[in-house]
Write a new protein. Sequence first.
Lengths: 289, 147
Amino acid sequence: MVWQTVLRILLFLICAPFAGGLLDGLDRKASARMQGRQGPPVLQPFYDVWKLFHKQTIVVNRLQDFLVGGYFAFSVFTGCLFFAGGDLLLSFFALTLAEVFLFMAACSANSPYSSMGAQRELIQIMSYEPMLLLAAIGLYMVSGSFFVDDMVGRGASAIALLPGVFFGVVFVFVIKFRKSPFDISSSHHAHQEMVKGLTTELSGSELGLVELAGWYEDVLLLGFLALFVLNRGVWSIPAAVLTCLACYFLIVLVDNVFPRVRWDKMLGWAWAVTLIFGGANVLILALVR
Amino acid sequence: MSKSPWVLHYDGSSCNGCDIEVLASMTPVYDLERFGVVNTGDPKHADIFLITGGINAQNAPVVKQLYSQMPDPKVVVAVGICACDGGVFKECYNILGGVDKVIPVDLYVPGCAVKPESIIDGLRKAAVLLDEKEKRMKAGAPARKEG
């Protein structure tokens, strides 16, 4: 069984950047078409990252190097843990730790845009963490374990018992994917908010690392969505893939339709959805059992 | 490198005519993004420095600082006749001249205001220049890290 786990980790390590980059490219192409433009080629994100690694890297201080490296390392570690079938809660905490590394990298630059972006990143984390933890609790109640392997090994899809939680998770994923209306700390692509917010002081290979880590994280997030659909049956695999793509497309659509909101609206809406959809779902589950 | 030219658009003292045309080039009618061009507002992320408007005493140090903040390889494009040599305001007491008075300019795109087609043409040539600079950079000194 060990070699199976190793194989899954290796698959994730190698395939996730390509999958994440492709998703990014599809996102930009779809957004362009929605706006009536031709849009960049689907492989554009790969050209972007290639270019970034061939640029001169200007660092503000040596600490920034280490912190960005920490963010990358923990993003990858979280994904490996998740796809190896490990503990879901541990994955979430590792992901939060990765975000803290990014936050500290932004703070270490001592620039006003960077610092404000970092503060907004903290507010973002505060907005989505409750929903993610509630989702982990919901999945535990449904499958009896915090381990991803047990969650996908069930007879029926978890979404049948957790529709509210699923909706809540898709809602807060708009924050995680850095899309409008909740892209207040460092928007995806060229939409400027305080110059570039979090990533203002990063350049060259450091920025390339942040992009790559973002791709690993995107694959992890979609994997988490798939967790709600996967079960022991073999037909759940295409169903999960379709669900992930549909949700991703929905998030891209929302990105193109809604303008950015203020931090207090983001916090308020995210917590309202968490309480109403996530909380009610978990409460009903607890009462019914 | 030429497949992903990220642009920093800076208005020196422009009347905004050229700026509006630059922004128009990003709209669906002309769509610069299909060439991979992204209008990033951050010099540390940009490859191409797109300047409109002439240089005066107030913006000269700003332009120099923005240029120094950009990582190599980088290309400077002077868009509009005011950025090329001061344009209609060349004889004014406050205008020092075009952008090449403070930083080395690689490409001049004249016009008043510049047509989006010319801007696109200029940015395509600038992207090719980026490739050449990157080759020279690899052959010459290794990338330096500034504090």
